[in-house]
Design a protein around this ligand. Structure first.
Ligand SMILES: [Zn+2]
Length: 465
């Protein structure tokens, strides 16, 4: 099958190997436990079970779970949850120790971004797991250099974005990072909504009732609201730039709503990367690059040179991802719908850059995020509970280790949110159909996660250094 001349095949192969190995580690759990379950009446059950676990999963099962099977059945729900959490921890350790998604290009990206007229790129995708790979895969951007905060329906919190904007401006003013405050660059806020080209009425955005226009219009309204808020609260020409991107979750093709001269975004005016792909498929690389840049500029000649360059950059990057899906998944993903492996609740999860691995629920308190969490529980009721398997939830808070008391507060946060989850979904918890892993991470130390406790073994790790 022919690929686009601008597709980065070597990177596609590397990204695919990573995606495949991570998902396989999660997906081998059920078949392995089925094998283990079938051995319960054998004489040397414990040793055979451990042998299978080590061979298939790469780790041993907790001995206490395997004892006494001659008087009572194995508790497969607990065992499943325990394996999910162990696999999650291994996945995290690999991510933070070995940096498997590095592209070695972070600095170049930052200078390119500034040359385009932006000092910060802040992206809010929908919390749907089918968008969790949007930064590193769909847009091929360095995940460390892009702020990502996901929300159900991509309905980002304007106040939270204002706080981030103020923090960014203060840092430029005080520390000259990422550039000094007098540089004429802006904060670029981007919303990524989504739709399904194959089954638009059912597999679109749940938060917007699979209505693509509603998802896009809501993104436009939120972006305009944020821009207005910055202009009204801060004087001296303070403003932001914004961009709206739509993602087809079946093929990972993006559409970019090019901003008009006054910065406003239109619902029905966008560049579809599929058209770009088809139009430039037979061109030599350099010709294709120039053609795309001219095409973007032609959509709105009043656009700044920097915005044209940035949009061209991500359109070209997306060509690789379109070929990625075609090469490794057929014309469209087989898992068109939800297939997340666990829910991530809290603040952090930088390690999750893969599609359909995690449903995100960013939250400080359960009360403020009940809508997001309820959507997640509903998705997992279909994925797991309907098959008698528990919902694994990782409750996680990242903290800045250089702030006194931050670790202790993150730990308290974990426990408080876990208690709230257990009481909100007590019917599931009491039946062993919801399990939690509690973890924190010091972002300043660039360290691995620190696991505090989990509901499966209910043994609290030592919580002080
Ligand atoms: Zn959505």
């Amino acid at each position: 099958m022919g690929q686009h001349p601008l597709t980065n095949r070597a990177e596609n192969e590397r990204l695919h190997n990573y995606e495949k190995s991570v998902k396989a580690a999660f997906d081998v759990i059920v078949p392995t436990l089925k094998k283990v379950s079938g051995l319960q009446n054998e004489a040397d059950f414990e040793s055979r079970a451990q042998q299978i676990a080590v061979e298939e999963l790469g780790y041993k099962l907790p001995e206490s779970f395997l004892q006494d099977v001659w008087v009572q059945q194995l508790d497969m729900r607990r065992l499943f949850a325990w394996c999910m959490f162990q696999t999650y921890q291994n996945f995290c350790d690999d991510f933070y120790k070995n940096d498997p998604l590095a592209n070695g290009n972070d600095e170049n990206f930052n200078s390119m971004l500034q040359e385009c007229g932006f000092h910060t790129l802040d992206i809010s995708p929908c919390a749907d797991g089918r968008l969790a790979h949007v930064i590193r895969y769909v847009l091929r951007l360095p995940y460390r250099e892009v702020r990502r905060k996901s929300y159900a329906g991509a309905m980002f919190d304007i106040e939270d974005s204002i706080d981030k904007w103020v923090e960014t401006e203060l840092m430029r003013f005080r520390e000259g990072k990422p550039n000094t405050a007098d540089s004429a660059t802006r904060y670029l806020k981007t919303v990524v909504y989504h739709y399904s080209s194959i089954d638009p009425d059912h597999e679109g955005c749940a938060a917007h009732g699979s209505d693509t226009n509603l998802a896009a219009q809501s993104g436009i309204d939120r972006l305009h609201g944020f821009k207005q808020a910055i202009e009204n609260t801060h004087c001296c020409g303070a403003s932001i730039d914004h961009l709206l991107i739509g993602l087809d979750t079946d093929t990972d093709t993006i559409r970019i709503h090019v901003p008009k001269a006054d910065g406003s975004i239109e619902l029905n005016k966008f560049i579809d990367a599929r058209d770009i792909y088809d139009a430039t498929m037979t061109m030599p690389e350099d010709v294709a690059k120039d053609w795309i840049s001219d095409y973007v500029e032609g959509e709105n000649p009043a656009m700044s040179f920097g915005m044209v360059r940035f949009i061209t950059h991500i359109l070209i990057n997306n060509l690789s991802q379109m070929d990625y899906v075609r090469t490794y998944h057929g014309n469209a993903y087989q898992d068109a719908g939800h297939a997340e492996r666990f829910i991530g609740a809290g603040i952090g999860f930088e390690e999750v850059q893969l599609r359909n691995l995690t449903y995100f629920s960013y939250l400080n308190t359960v009360e403020e995020a009940t809508a997001d969490l309820d959507v997640g529980i509903k998705i997992f009721s279909g994925l797991n509970v309907s098959h008698g398997m528990p919902i694994p939830i990782v409750v996680r808070y990242d903290y800045h280790g250089n702030v006194p008391g931050a670790r202790e507060r993150a730990i308290q946060h974990c426990h408080r949110v876990t208690d709230a989850i257990n009481s909100r979904y007590s019917d599931l918890t009491s039946q062993g159909l919801l399990h939690t892993l509690l973890a924190v991470r010091d972002v300043n130390a660039a360290s691995c996660i620190e696991v505090l406790a989990n509901s499966v073994t209910a043994q609290t790790a030592q919580e002080t250094h």
